[in-house]
Design a protein around this ligand. Structure first.
Ligand SMILES: [Zn+2]
Ligand SMILES: [Zn+2]
Length: 376
């Protein structure tokens, strides 16, 4: 079967929207008609070759939602017609990490994702000349249809509009998990968010749900700070000046209990570190290019400061995604507010360029506008 898809042939070249071949799902796989997809900053890192070599040709897209069209013989958790969000770590539930409850670090998922293949180590996508195509993070959802490993399709309540559900599987689960699972934020604790793009804004929203107080948002772009204010940030700082940590300390007492770095640069990781109090914790969520190192004043480990990473929400995405969807349906979690552009698949290169320039928060690509439930 031929489908239209956004293909990366070479890094640092525009994606081509073209017809590619897709094979039917194997026993433990699901064929999904993609309805909408979010454009994430990690897409830029991947498209610009910053996550390592050998990752192309590739069908891009790792955050999205759709409707199940067919399932393999061994699939029981979804059926044709079900609404699903994609999960980029389809945890096997049997490896050493999964058995220890670290589903986001599932070993076979961690091996196959960067290789651009499904959980059985092979691809369902190819160019018309037969050249195999990689699946971006086992998802490949900048396409009309995609085949994913069974656990990569998480069923959602049908009353959540798919254009909003499309955000859950990367940005939202990453942000809410960083707050709840990685940092374990308690009510009344102070928090600072460094970088208010699509994920940073969801971190602000998650902090508000967790009862953090005050929430301080840092960014260079006043329009993103305004979005952070609408999500619940009490204080906004345009963080270009060296006085930012002192300003955060003034607002929070001795410095913030928690800082979240959502940019992926050494200087913003250092800024997050400088904004926490003795005993405070930095959670690094931003994705840095391969080879980038960060340095910290080591003497400050003497004050019980902690810095840790967080990948994909540091929890069990298969369990967290439906919970987050329910929060969105109830109105407690606003998904639409972080979306700053809604466009067709053909506009994907402009969306990537905006992220390269640091403009706007999330773009949602409407791949099946009729099913997306989007109204202006
Ligand atoms: Zn992402
Ligand atoms: Zn596993």
């Amino acid at each position: 079967m031929r489908i239209r898809a956004a293909v990366l042939h070479e890094p640092r070249t525009p994606l081509e929207i073209e017809e590619v071949e897709r094979a039917d799902p194997h026993d433990d796989e699901v064929l999904v008609r993609v309805v909408a997809a979010g454009v994430c900053h990690s897409d830029v890192r991947l498209a610009d070759g910053e996550l390592g070599d050998g990752r192309w040709p590739l069908v891009m897209g790792h955050e999205g939602a759709g409707i199940v069209e067919a399932v393999g013989g061994a699939v029981t958790h979804v059926a044709p017609g079900d609404h699903v969000a994609f999960c980029i770590v389809p945890a096997c539930r049997t490896c050493e990490e999964c058995r220890a409850g670290r589903f986001n670090l599932c070993l076979p998922a961690g091996e196959n994702g960067p290789r651009g293949v499904l959980m059985d180590g092979t691809s369902r996508l190819s160019l018309p000349d037969g050249t195999p195509l990689q699946h971006a993070l086992m998802t490949a959802c900048f396409a009309e249809r995609t085949v994913v490993s069974a656990a990569g399709a998480v069923p959602l309540p049908p009353d959540l509009p798919p254009w909003q559900a499309s955000l859950l599987g990367c940005g939202v689960v990453t942000a809410h998990g960083a707050v709840r699972n990685a940092a374990g934020v308690n009510p009344g604790e102070s928090a600072v968010v460094v970088g208010c793009g699509g994920v940073g804004l969801q971190i602000v929203a998650a902090l508000r749900l967790a009862g953090a107080d005050p929430i301080v948002a840092l960014d260079l772009d006043p329009s993103k700070l305004d979005l952070a204010r609408k999500r619940g940030a009490a204080h906004l700082i345009e963080c270009s000046s060296p006085g930012t940590p002192a300003e955060v300390a003034r607002l929070t007492g001795l410095g913030a209990d928690h800082a979240f770095e959502v940019v992926g640069r050494p200087e913003t990781m250092r800024l997050a570190w400088d904004c926490i109090r003795p005993g405070g914790t930095v959670v690094v969520v931003g994705l840095a290019p391969r080879g980038v190192e960060v340095s910290l004043p080591a003497i400050e480990f003497l004050s019980d400061k902690t810095i840790r990473g967080s990948y994909y929400g540091s929890g069990d995405a298969a369990a967290d995604l439906p919970r987050l969807a329910e929060l969105a349906v109830s109105g407690a979690l606003d998904l639409a507010g972080v979306v700053t552009a809604v466009e067709p698949l053909e506009a994907v290169n402009e969306a990537l360029d905006r992220l390269r320039r640091g403009e706007g928060a999330r773009t949602v690509l409407l791949i099946d506008p009729e099913a997306a439930g989007y109204t202006v």
